[in-house]
Design a protein around this ligand. Sequence first.
Ligand code: SAM
Length: 287
Amino acid sequence: MEKLSNPQKTIEIIQKYEFAFQKKFGQNFLIDSHVLEKIIKAADITKEDFVVEIGPGIGTLTQYLAEAAGEVTAIEIDKALLPILKDTLSGYDNVTVINVDVLKADLAALAEEKNGGRPIKVVANLPYYITTPIIMGLFEKHVPLDSITVMVQKEVAARMQAGPGTKDYGALSLAVQYYAEPYIAANVPPNCFIPRPNVGSAVIRLTKYDAPRVQVDDEAMMFSVIRASFNQRRKTLQNGLNNSPEVPYTKEQIVAAIEKLGTSPSVRGEALTLEQFAALTNNLTRG
Ligand code: SAM
């Protein structure tokens, strides 16, 4: 079958099935073969790989994944796309489509069933309205992961990759970088999609670490400390932590924990590295 990455073919399929785009599902379908090839290259897919695709749409990226991978499971919420996927993926015997909300899917069980619990690769042109819950869900629910290679909003990719002291650095940068090494593989303009999104996009690869990058006794407390530090960006670290109900320590304990880092309590949260947030949290919880 002629690939869908040809824009004419995409329009033909949409018209044939009288498909109505659902804004609420973040439906922007890729029509650029160069971008599709870049995604496959960034994800480094081989015939050894079991790949989970989130949101196959009409199957454009799925076709490329099916050709490159050993096996693909594609998770799509929109029932209206099922007959289309049946048609566009009919030439591939290594693809399974599951009609479910990815936020409710048990991907750890899927990896166990389909890949014997070995690390899987997740590849997607994500629905942008749920980018963060999807990515953090994959990390936090302990899905065995090799990497996540995804199209996201350009600003979100920049935040995931940002380092200390930059304007994009924040809780999302630290949450992602605790679990994985980010790498922005491509910037993608709106004209590579039908319909065109209102924002620029980027392909980012998150390569999962075998173990989290830092040692922290109380992971949940570290993320509370991080959220509190960035909640009030212009406040000092000490004030941010003091004002947060999520961080149940006295002013004296907070000052002592910060000073133990070798920095001043008037430092701002955005100057701290992940290693420093871990040390600060250990200082607080160990007393
Ligand atoms: N992969 C296709 C492509 O690149 O052309 C479509 C990508 S489109 C940006 C996002 C896809 O995710 C849509 O097909 C949409 O219906 C699907 N989707 C949205 N929310 C979802 C959810 N909660 N669970 C699974 N799929 C979802």
